[in-house]
Write a protein of this length. Structure first.
Length: 150
């Protein structure tokens, strides 16, 4: 059993996909600092911040504890609308969300849905005119995550 946990720790220390459809990236900053940096870069690129949800504060409001966990919901209708026109069901995964959270070891992680997984989930094949949009979003989100976490 200890080998399993050792392997899990090694995998989580990498900046790679963790679990089907999610990408995790370790941050060098606190949860709040990471989300502040992410918000700044998103707004500078014309994205709209729809909501910032502090799950830890929500837990506290009902007398429970939760490690620092915050969710940012953002998007741009110029990007999301064409995706929904190709496959309307993708609207359930839009706008984009980024979760920034602290694990039990005190590490901070930035996690988000892999846009290429969304293609698979919503049956958008590589020949679809929307697939290149998702590829572009994938690269852009990776860059935003890098800026926010370094």
């Amino acid at each position: 059993m200890w080998r399993f946990w050792l392997l899990c720790g090694a995998v989580l220390s990498l900046n790679v996909s963790a679990g089907e459809g999610m990408i995790w990236r370790e941050s060098q900053h606190s949860v709040t600092q990471t989300l502040d940096k992410l918000s700044t870069v998103l707004e500078s690129k014309g994205m709209t911040i729809f909501a910032r949800i502090n799950h830890s504060e929500g837990a506290k409001s009902v007398g429970k504890q939760l490690a620092d966990t915050q969710l940012l919901i953002f998007g741009n209708p110029n990007i999301g609308t064409p995706l929904m026109q190709c496959q309307q069901t993708i609207a359930i995964d839009l706008p984009q969300k980024v979760l920034v959270w602290q694990d039990v070891q005190g590490k901070v992680w930035l996690s988000y849905n892999d846009p290429l997984y969304l293609a698979k989930r919503h049956d958008i094949d590589m020949d679809s005119p929307c697939y290149p949009i998702l590829e572009k979003i994938s690269g852009v989100l990776a860059n935003f995550a890098k800026v926010a976490s370094e």
